[in-house]
Each structure stands twice: as structure tokens, then as C-alpha cells.
Write a protein that binds this ligand. Sequence first.
Ligand code: KIV
Ligand code: NA
Length: 279
Amino acid sequence: RKKVTINTLQSLYRKNEPITMITAHDFPSAHVADHAGMDMILVGDSLAMVALGMEDTSEVLMEEMLLHCRSVARATKSAFTIGDLPMGTYEIAPEQALESAIRFIKEGRVQGIKLEGGLDMAPTIARIIRAGIPVLAHVCLTPQRQNALGGFRVQGKSTAGALKVLQDALAVQEAGAFAVVLEAVPADVATLITRKLRIPTIGIGAGNGCSGQVLVQADMAGNFPPGRFLPKFVKKYGDVWGESLRAIEAYRTDVKSRAYPAVEHTYPMPASELGEFER
Ligand code: KIV
Ligand code: NA
């Protein structure tokens, strides 16, 4: 497959072909996503929870994001890679955001960045783009602001809320964002916003009317045991947990019973040499 660029994404959008995006947080998860033909790979700050076991995304540091971005970048041959600016690295001023974005390109080795916010972030988005770094915006439910939003709640359910979301989406488009993530918003609102924009919308919990979709790989692939909370919008396509558990339990049983390693897993020694050694 050819390398996906910002032009590829634009051409998919023009052809009305859905853009596929998934998160990855390390070499193996990026390797398999790239192999599966994803158009975009996001090193989301959701890795705080799915890779580092943190409570929420507010804890993850720039250095941690950069380390994970680098490992993802090494595995990604085809997909367009995006790094998520973590909380605290872009809100203070456009110059701070640009400095952080540059670190993601130079040290993280990704091709673009994502940041959360709409109208309020427009000057920041514009500043980063002026430096030649593609920006993916993220509006509606912005998890880094969960404390101010009162938790992970669907946004844009009221007319006023929907208008605010539209205003944010238009603002990031005018600022130059190449696409915008719409998270947790009624499907009708996302569809209408998608129609009003001339850049792609990437939905997560935003229905089928968006220009593309994104999911957290660990959620959709089933990396966690059954019973762990998953948002309503997640479709669980796999059972990585179940398969890993089966494999590791089988290995454990084999070691305990000495069924593993078998002869075929060992290095033989020529009989003549062995005879010498045993004497
Ligand atoms: O951090 C993340 O994984 C994200 C996606 C869910 C859009 O921001
Ligand atoms: Na994120």
C-alpha cells in the first residue's frame, strides 16, 4: 500500500469514501493497524488508560506521549499518523502549542497532531498550521475537559448545545484544521455538521453520517476482560483478552506438567559430543 498523505485523505473525502482511523499506542498495535489498511493511526492520549493504567487522560505527560508516538511511528508504513497533544501542553498560548506540536513531529515522528477545543482553540490551530503541521481538531465531548463538562456526557443534545458544536466545528475549519473529530454527539447533529463543513468529520459515538470513524483499538479489539465499562458507541470486534488468556493459561499448564518445552523446542547436541560431555 502507498503511504497515506493529507492529499489521500482529501481525495477519500471528495469521493465520499469513509476514512478509517484507529488508535495505536505501541509498536505491535500500530503494526497490526497499519497491516489492516487503516487510513489513519492516532496515538491518542487514551493510552493513559489503555497502555499505562491511569484513571484518565489528564495524567499523561508529554514525554510519555512522545515515547509511544515513536514506537507507533516505527511500525507505521502506510497510515497517516497523528499524535494527541496531552493536557497542559497547548492551552496556555499558541506559541506553547506550536512548541509542543513541533516536538511531536521531531521527536514523536508523527505526521500531524490532534488537540481538543473549538472556537477557543482556533488561533492556536491556525498558528500550528502556519508552521506546516497538519492539525486534526476534536470537538463535542473533549475528555481532557471532563471536570468542566461534569463527566463523559453526550454533547449537543439541546438546540443550543448543537449550535455550539456547529460553531466550534466551523471555527476549527476556518482556522485550517484538515479534519475534525466529533465525539459523543447525537447522530443527526453530526450528520448536519458534516453536511455544513468542507473538511472531513471523523466520528466516535457520532453516528453514520460522518466522513470517517475512529475507535480506541483496545476497546474495539477487546483487550480488556469482560465487565469493564465500554461506551455505548463501541462495537467489540474481537476478544484479544480471551485469546491471550487462553494462550497464557495453556503455557502455564504445559510448564507445570512439563509438556513444554517438547523435543522440537530444544537444541540437540551431536551424540558424540554428548558422550564426551557426560563422561
Ligand atoms: O485519545 C483518543 O483515543 C482519542 C480518540 C478517541 C479520538 O482522542
Ligand atoms: Na484523546
